[in-house]
Design a protein around this ligand. Structure first.
Ligand code: DQA
Length: 144
């Protein structure tokens, strides 16, 4: 099975971006670990700082052969009706992921505009948030 891991704005800077909050590991390191841990899953990765591009990528993933999407929409989580509408329109499950526990941070991060359209949410476990989300999608597919 194929799963897309999709990161939104500023997540290309993982490793050097506010390491006290997001850790010092890079996304490349995270992906290498995930690919070892899930040898039977084809993990594709994409990142964009642009809202519309994230939408294009998700639409293409859903119209193709992807089983699900692990989405860290970054700050667009808290602002984007366009991402919400996109996720609602997809035929594959999306798991919302955050490295940090957004509910333990500033008030404006407590509200997610996309959660209601997602299958589930994982937040607060650093890079392990991605691992837990991939596992959830694998189990979801196996239960079908
Ligand atoms: C984040 C949390 C968001 O509030 C923030 O804007 C990010 C990263 C996280 O992974 O913890 O860019 O999605």
């Amino acid at each position: 099975m194929k799963i897309l891991i999709l990161n939104g704005p500023n997540l290309n800077r993982l490793g050097k971006r506010e390491p006290d909050i997001y850790g010092s590991a890079t996304m490349e390191e995270c992906l290498a670990t995930l690919r070892t841990d899930f040898p039977n899953v084809e993990l594709e990765y994409a990142q964009s700082n642009h809202e519309g591009e994230l939408i294009d990528i998700m639409q293409q993933a859903s119209d193709g052969d992807m089983a699900g999407i692990v989405l860290n929409a970054g700050a667009y989580t808290h602002t984007s009706v366009a991402l919400l509408d996109c996720i609602r329109s997809l035929s594959i499950p999306v798991v919302e992921v955050h490295l940090s526990n957004v509910h333990a941070r500033e008030d404006f991060r407590h509200k997610s505009l996309i959660s209601s359209a997602c299958k589930g949410i994982v937040a607060g476990f650093g890079m392990n948030s991605y691992r837990l989300a991939v596992e959830a999608l694998v189990r979801l597919a196996a239960a079908k």
